[in-house]
Write a new protein. Structure first.
Length: 339
């Protein structure tokens, strides 16, 4: 890395761990580290974040006299949060951080600009700048894993909505008679197509008497079935696993048809732990899309796999420092009552 090349520290904060890495201006990640997160204590949680940042700084030999190379720190944190102020409001997975001024505290500690946003928004921005969305003006990005997080980027800038709470696409209902989502609504796409939803449907079919190698992968325990096992079984030719994933693809088709009718993005990007197992079904989704979308150009929109995998949070955090249009003081909302 050239001395003049700007770099950023991207930080991914979860309920159990903090990951951090050094990211250069081309989106390449180096000097990664992970440290345990303390979810219930505000000060200890902040200490975990700064420990991860310090570890990256030391490893990259950019601390103290060389720290001028770091242009900013970007943090993916659980919401709800305010991207304008960098305050983490009341995250269920981090009960110690209530109305916690994360950006301000980290900025004061390192004397650097700090940006904070949720992982779906940040991942979308990383893909827009450096990944599968590079070269497109308007992108829609979905991260399918334990949940379904989404992000919308218009002209190089995250779309946050009035209070910063926009782009919760994972909680769009596509079946009001469907299963209850963790958010409390019925039939959200997250409740139908996330990793746990895939595992649940496979478990229900096996419990109903359908034979599948998935049960063997789970050691004979239906309650141990995971979406990763469904994916492995599908690759081995298991018919029930194929059925479950085809159902998932159908749910995603209905959902993405709504996304196209609402946003008409230039590209749709799918990432997260479930992306690789669903990629073989992208063709089916594309073929069926006209039946669930009034946009006659829907099949012209590429449906692609995300560039960043497990490193999406680190890359996304760093990308927040590169957003082309910074927020202004005219942004409204972002108060605990507003979100």
């Amino acid at each position: 890395m050239q001395v003049s090349d700007p770099c950023f520290i991207g930080v991914d904060v979860g309920g159990t761990k903090v990951a951090a890495g050094l990211v250069d201006s081309k989106g390449e990640i180096s000097y990664q580290t992970r440290t345990p997160m303390v979810a219930t204590d505000a000060a200890a949680g902040l200490a975990a974040v700064t420990a991860a940042i310090d570890s990256v700084s030391v490893a990259a030999k950019v601390k103290k006299e060389s720290q001028r190379l770091i242009s900013g720190i970007g943090i993916c944190a659980p919401g709800p949060l305010c991207p304008r102020t960098g305050v983490v409001i009341n995250p269920p997975n981090l009960p110690g951080w209530r109305n916690f001024p994360l950006a301000e505290l980290v900025s004061n500690a390192y004397r650097l600009p700090v940006r904070v946003d949720n992982d779906g928004n940040a991942a979308a921005l990383a893909e827009a700048l450096w990944g599968a969305g590079r070269g497109y003006r308007n992108i829609f990005c979905a991260t399918i894993g334990t949940g379904i997080g989404t992000g919308i980027v218009f002209d190089g800038r995250i779309y946050h909505g009035r209070t910063g709470a926009a782009a919760e696409g994972g909680h769009n209902t596509i079946d009001y008679r469907g299963p209850r989502c963790g958010c409390g609504k019925l039939g959200c796409i997250e409740a139908l197509a996330s990793g746990p939803a895939i595992a649940r449907r496979a478990s229900e079919k096996i419990a109903a008497g359908h034979a599948s190698s998935i049960l063997e992968l789970a050691g004979g325990r239906i309650d141990h079935i995971t979406s990763e096992m469904v994916g492995r079984a599908y690759l081995a030719g298991d018919l029930l696993a194929k059925e479950v994933l085809q159902e998932t693809a159908m749910y995603l088709t209905v959902w993405l048809g709504n996304i196209v009718d609402l946003l008409e993005p230039d590209v749709m990007i799918i990432g997260g732990g479930a992306a690789s197992m669903l990629q073989p079904f992208f063709g089916e989704i594309r073929d069926r899309l006209p039946s669930w979308c009034i946009n006659s150009h829907c099949q012209e929109i590429p449906l692609v796999t995300a560039h960043y995998g497990a490193d999406a949070g680190i890359a996304g955090g760093a990308a927040l420092c590169r957003e082309l249009s910074p927020h202004t003081s005219e942004d409204k909302g972002c108060t605990p009552d507003a979100i």
